[in-house]
Design a protein around this ligand. Structure first.
Ligand SMILES: Nc1ncnc2c1ncn2[C@@H]1O[C@H](COP(=O)(O)OP(=O)(O)OP(=O)(O)O)[C@@H](O)[C@H]1O
Ligand SMILES: [Mg+2]
Length: 264
């Protein structure tokens, strides 16, 4: 899978955050709460990118996705293009259809890659169309699939920040060390890699987290669980719920980082 690295290099480029981590650690939950929090602190518009083939970020954000970029490839080349449109126009037209516009954010789902497991087409399409979007995003939040494959294939590009979500247990810690190692080997500056501990249960014995200094510790929150059980958008849990407060603080930290980077 290849993520939209080219958009990272736009002149007035938005601050791009990739959310990575082991399966089920809370990547999608945090991606959606982070998107929500940026809007709450007026750092908008946000582009939320669902780069997990098993797309579910839209549900967490409470919007519907009818098209993915991955599903467009075949059509863009083979289907009869409507009269009066060239392929380029058609692709842009379809991209507009894939882009879900909502209050304060847009969402695009990459979908499944074509046979070879390559997202090149969808990625080029996204980069090409992004340049033409009138909206200037403040932040791009990219939710990825579980594991390390997208990292080890060198496909996360060079985001401004890589957040590795982990539970504060020994296995989680091992996975996050491996993700960090690979990302660093691939040229991402260590200063851009941060750890988020999620589902932290108060009262539990402090885990030995070695030298790790997490950028955020998100508590285990019954409201998140309740949203999951009721299949309601997790990004809409009450503003006073612990996970939402913690992610808002994270958004504020990231916003300061982004401002420092611009003024540097
Ligand atoms: N802070 C939290 N408190 C309570 N439950 C949580 C919290 N964060 C996530 N969860 C729950 O953990 C489960 C996994 O969360 P989520 O789907 O966000 O993880 P993921 O890393 O995106 O998973 P996948 O690897 O399958 O994409 C969900 O049931 C979710 O409700
Ligand atoms: Mg997920």
């Amino acid at each position: 899978m290849i993520l939209p690295t080219k958009v990272f290099a736009m002149p007035t480029h938005p601050f791009t955050i990739v959310i990575s981590g082991k399966g089920g650690t809370g990547k999608t939950t945090i991606s959606s709460l982070l998107t929500r929090s940026f809007i709450d602190i007026k750092e908008k518009p946000v582009l939320a990118v669902d780069a997990d083939p098993n797309a579910n970020l839209h549900e967490a954000l409470g919007v519907k996705v009818s098209e993915t970029l991955g599903s467009m490839r075949e059509e863009a080349f083979t289907r009869k293009i409507p009269p009066g449109m060239n392929r380029h126009d058609y692709v842009r037209f379809r991209f507009r259809q894939a882009l879900v516009e909502a209050e304060g954010f847009d969402l695009v789902a990459m979908g499944r890659p074509e046979g070879s497991g390559c997202y090149c087409f969808a990625n080029d399409l996204l980069s090409e169309c992004m340049k033409e979007l009138e909206r200037e995003y403040r932040f791009i939040v990219i939710d990825t699939e579980a594991g390390m494959e997208h990292i080890s294939r060198g496909t996360i590009g060079k985001p401004d920040m890589l957040l590795i979500v982990s539970d504060p247990g020994a296995r989680g810690l091992r996975t996050l060390s491996r993700i960090r190692e690979i990302a660093t080997q691939l040229g991402l500056e260590p200063a851009k890699i941060h750890i988020v501990f999620n589902k932290y249960k108060t009262g539990t014995a402090p885990v030995d987290i070695g030298n790790e200094t997490p950028i955020a510790i998100i508590p285990d929150d019954p409201k998140v669980e309740a949203a999951d059980l009721a299949a309601t958008p997790v990004s809409q849990i009450p503003a006073g719920s612990p996970a939402r407060i913690a992610v808002r603080e994270l958004a504020e930290k990231i916003s300061s980082f982004a401002k420092e980077q611009i003024s540097a």
